[in-house]
Design a protein around this ligand. Sequence first.
Ligand code: SF4
Length: 309
Amino acid sequence: MKYIFGPVFSRRLGFSLGVDLVPHKVCSMDCLYCEVGPTTEKTLERAEYVPLDGVKRELSYFLSSSPEIDYITFSGYGEPTLFSRLGELVSYLKSNYPSYRLALLTNSSLLERDDVLNDVKDIDVVLPSLDAASQEVFEKVNRPVKGLKVENIVRGIERLLKETGCKVWVETLFVKGINDSPREVERIGEIIHALSPHKWQLNTVARPPAYGVEGLTFEELHQIAEKVGYPATEIVARSKARRRKFPFSQLKEEVYGIVVRRPCPVEEIADALGVLTEEVERAVEELKKEGRVEEVIYGGEPYVKGISA
Ligand code: SF4
């Protein structure tokens, strides 16, 4: 499969089937914390970066067995709203597979545009990012394409909330020493209260980032949540997956499919797939022998990283 991956167990969406709508690494930002790696094409131009027919073909093949999943999620290697045929894909899934819920992970950079808003309006849950309140911090943490302002981000989320029926779970990812100053936290909090999203999710750097930055502790995130005092706040924490069983060869490919997109600790891969850590360890050993993964150390912890073919 070229455009879909998983299903993986994500902390926010349960079992979700990922769909990559842009190639590695096309994005309107180059975030310090990006777990996919540095952006190679920084753009705000929408295009059919991957063939819609190919994505539809893979989805229909996968969904033909009626798998039990919580969401089909547009995410992956870059910013999914840059895919110009997103609206057509949403309509296709809603018409042909109405029982599946759709989710979108977005950096919010294009949400204020009419065409994008129209493309996402039938998605069940949109998870837009808002990592800064001031332009200065926005540029430090998200390193956006030239001309993109923090006001564009806020206006996009505001339009999403006012003009669509999507559930909106805003995520703020805190990076130590970059967007966690008392002043910035206060201003982000003011924006969150004014926007009033269905959820405000606090996150931090948890996997090897594109650039050498560090995350906050759970206690620090908790203090931020207390200080802002927004009622629907959630600190994104690791969840335990349901138990699943894979044939070994399939498990190996599932593990590779995860770590080639983002480095993960063994325990997190096990959580993601709902299997035992020992099973993942066996798969990783085999993948190492095949030269398809390597171990990297981040924050003193070992991570498994996929080597692209
Ligand atoms: S974290 Fe998301 S928005 Fe930021 S560079 Fe990576 S893919 Fe782009």
